[in-house]
Ligand binder design. Structure first.
Ligand code: C2E
Ligand code: MG
Ligand code: MG
Ligand code: MG
Length: 285
């Protein structure tokens, strides 16, 4: 009886595995088809300099406009795309769209940069930087119009070959930001040697600052560290004016989050965050 039971369990397990594998293969195929059909779209979320009220950077965030579903958020497909390698093609698409959009904005006189999220798997490609440079050349994108967001963990683990190329790109004028700071493990002494301009403080570090003195202490220490190294802070996931007020006192000037704006499609973004004449010029082009 026990044996039969055990066997039943094994069968159930393999059946589940097979189904999961089929599901995964299907999802991988769906992602590739979606790319071919042009079902991915970019939205843009502003980083606002609270002193001037101006948007300084637009972070490009990919979405899957699935024909029979609501807009699918990257949390559900980016990790999977990374696992299967589809992220390389998806990343190329994002890079191409961002380079073109950033070139158009710069052409129309907008000074805001567009930030691209780069995942581990994309950076691991030996020709990543070459492909980025090709995309920039293809669209005539000025280096100053671009920013790369690299997660804290990835930045800390970067090997010398990649760091050299990142240094070179930064020297040409592309800004480099560390994303999700405070969620990974940092070798803090390494931070000063990285080719980095800005550090994005993760939402998890600021979500409780209005409620907890400990959260405030940690947040304020992190901000002090970043600014002490001469880097700019950007705070992510800002959802209330109370947070803004508190973070300003701690020395932050640039904020990103639903309190300022959710991610928007390009047209809505420009309508709200480009000086109107320029925004119109981009849209007319
Ligand atoms: P991320 O780069 O840290 O992007 C910030 C995420 O926080 C976005 O989620 C954004 O919509 C969300 N967010 C912004 N403000 C708030 C807020 O006030 N409260 C809360 N709760 N959330 C806020 P999204 O768009 O779902 O993206 C999730 C992650 O997917 C991104 O995190 C990034 O790691 C990845 N991702 C997005 N687009 C791309 C892409 O084009 N390429 C790659 N490789 N990864 C991407
Ligand atoms: Mg990001
Ligand atoms: Mg982030
Ligand atoms: Mg994040």
């Amino acid at each position: 009886h026990a044996k039969a039971n055990g066997r039943g369990r094994v069968e159930l397990f393999t059946a589940k595995l097979a189904r999961a594998a089929a599901g995964r293969a299907e999802l991988e195929r769906d992602l590739r088809i979606a790319l071919e059909r042009g079902e991915f779209v970019l939205q843009f979320q502003p980083q606002i300099d609270i002193g001037s009220g101006a948007a300084v950077v637009a972070e490009a965030l990919v979405r899957w406009a699935h024909p029979d579903r609501d807009m699918v958020l990257p949390g559900t497909f980016v990790p999977f795309a990374e696992e299967t390698g589809v992220i390389v093609e998806l990343g190329d698409w994002v890079m191409d769209r961002v380079c073109q959009t950033a070139a158009e904005w710069a052409q129309a006189g907008l000074t805001q940069r567009i930030a691209i999220n780069i995942s581990t798997r994309e950076l691991a490609q030996v020709d990543f930087f070459m492909r980025l440079r090709h995309a920039m050349a293809r669209h005539g994108t000025p280096a100053e119009a671009l920013e790369l967001e690299i997660t804290e963990t990835l930045a800390m683990e970067m090997e010398a070959r990649l760091l050299d190329q990142l240094h070179a790109l930064r020297k040409d004028g592309v800004r480099i930001a560390i994303d999700d700071f405070g969620t990974g493990y940092s070798n803090l002494s390494r931070l000063k040697d990285l080719p980095v301009d800005r550090v994005k403080i993760d939402r998890s570090l600021v979500e409780d600052i209005t409620l907890s003195a400990e959260a405030r202490t940690i947040c304020s220490a992190v901000i002090g560290l970043i600014q002490g190294l001469g880097l700019e802070t950007v705070v992510e996931g800002v959802e209330s004016q109370d947070q803004v007020d508190m973070l300003r006192i701690m020395g932050c000037a640039v904020f990103q989050g639903y309190h300022l704006s959710t991610p928007l499609n390009e047209e809505d973004y420009l309508a709200r965050f480009a000086p109107s004449r320029l925004g119109q010029k981009v849209l007319d082009a």
